[in-house]
Design a binder for this molecule. Structure first.
Ligand SMILES: [Fe+2]
Length: 448
């Protein structure tokens, strides 16, 4: 029996296949852009490797794109077929993939947690649980996972950076900024190419209002990101958030064109509608719109992507972002078609995501449209019952902020003072920086 880099038994045809498998896992942990090449090499060397097919399914689902579902389903079927003679751990991965591809992401997390209980060095299960918990709005589960696993790891192990990066981000999202920054900085000292750890520290600076440090942090590290995937776009979005807070809108737009929505980038060209890129772009243009900044023709390209994705509800948090693009470009027919498709999705599919789309994403996404139509009281009415549930759509505090700004904008324009006060009280209690020091809230902070 072969063993992978972490000492775990793996069913593979040869030592060469295990080396290729390790190379794939290293690429996943490092947010590398060349994952297709790494996966292709593994499949070519060992087309019957169960975990290769499982990884194919996992990586397809990580894109939150409905067009990938047939590929993921086939990968799950192939994995089931191949794990018949494999190890119990590989069996569990097949079960987790099966649950995830069938809409039960929460069940997949349970299986990954069970794998980690038995094999705490299964860095794949750890990182997938971290990711899916994040997109289910469960930072406390991210932190519990880190705490359960990290005591089994030593600093000397090659993938320890992945533990540190997740330690940093889980603590940040739970509000433990000192622990988060220490872990993130340690990770960067060990490996300056570690984009997930760089990202965690950027979040700490965002939440503490350290805009100058945030800009310097990202500018100082970006020379290490040449081989990184779309997460580097998101890091430039974080940098732009710092410039936005300083009122430097020209720099925010410059980074839009050269960084987080860079059309010259091979990554953006290859995946123009990747969920994180769509979120970065739409949420920033929406914020800029609140300050009267002319977006030029930037919305139109995003709206084209949004129209092409109508009916795809796999990423619940991305849905209001897609709607921002349709609403900003006045594409009412497409906007209504998108809302109908979301209702149909909620009716026709089961599982946790369908529930979240129906109960939370749908009213928030409709509120985006009503806000743009000038029906501000309707937007507030739609969002008020779910304002405390929006975290379940996933995303960080920094990302959820745009939905809070949507509510605030609607309440201000509708003259609903009690709702303005409600929102200011919520953000005052949840964000360490007081509203009067945040550009999206300063105009309303007197209501608090
Ligand atoms: Fe982020």
């Amino acid at each position: 029996m072969h063993k992978d880099s972490y000492g775990l038994a793996i069913t593979a045809a040869s030592a060469e296949a295990v080396t290729a498998y390790n190379h794939v896992i290293d690429g996943y942990l490092g947010y590398r852009a060349d994952m297709a090449r790494r996966m292709g090499a593994l499949m070519a060397i060992d087309p019957e490797c169960p975990m290769a097919h499982c990884l194919k399914g996992y990586f397809t689902l990580l894109g939150f794109n409905q067009a990938g579902l047939p590929t993921a389903r086939q990968a799950a079927a192939d994995t089931w077929r191949l794990v018949a003679a494999a190890t119990p751990r590989e069996h569990s991965h097949a079960a987790a993939l099966d649950a995830w591809v069938n809409g039960a992401a929460d069940r997949a997390v349970e299986i990954w947690n069970q794998i980690l209980h038995d094999w705490p060095h299964d860095i794949l299960a750890f990182r997938l649980a971290h990711f899916v918990n994040f997109w289910l709005g469960r930072p406390e589960a991210m932190l519990a996972s880190v705490r359960a696993v990290e005591r089994h790891w030593s600093h000397a192990e090659p993938a320890y950076n992945a533990i540190l990066g997740c330690r940093a981000f889980a603590h940040e999202e739970c509000g433990y900024y000192t622990e988060a920054e220490a872990a993130g900085r340690e990770a960067i000292r060990r490996d300056p190419t570690d984009v997930w750890s760089a990202h965690a520290v950027a979040h700490v600076m965002e939440m503490q209002g350290r805009r100058g440090e945030g800009i310097a942090w990202i500018e100082g590290l970006q020379s290490n990101w040449s081989g990184a995937n779309n997460l580097k776009h998101h890091l430039w979005w974080h940098q732009a958030m710092c410039h936005l807070e300083r009122g430097d809108f020209a720099k925010v737009l410059d980074l839009y064109d050269t960084g987080y929505r860079n059309h010259q980038s091979e990554l953006t060209q290859a995946m123009p509608d990747l969920y994180i890129d769509a979120q970065n772009a739409a949420s920033m243009l929406f914020r800029l719109g609140r300050h009267g900044v002319d977006p030029g023709d930037r919305w139109a390209e995003l709206a084209d992507r949004a129209e092409a994705r109508i009916g795809d509800c796999l990423s619940a948090f991305t849905l209001p972002h897609w709607m921002m693009a349709l609403a900003a470009t006045g594409r009412e027919e497409a906007a209504n078609r998108m809302l109908d498709a979301m209702r149909d999705n909620a009716d026709q599919t089961g599982g946790l995501n369908a529930t979240l789309v129906r109960t939370v994403a749908l009213p928030v996404t409709e509120a985006v449209l009503r806000n743009s139509q000038g029906r501000h009281a309707d937007a507030v009415r739609l969002m008020r019952p779910v304002i405390g549930e929006m975290y379940r759509l996933g995303g960080s505090h920094a990302q959820q902020d745009v939905l809070e700004q949507l509510f605030l904008d609607s309440a201000l324009k509708a003259g609903l003072d009690a709702d303005v006060r409600l929102l200011i009280e919520r953000v005052s209690g949840r964000h360490p920086v007081p509203p009067h020091r945040r550009i999206g809230y300063a105009m309303a902070s007197a209501h608090g």
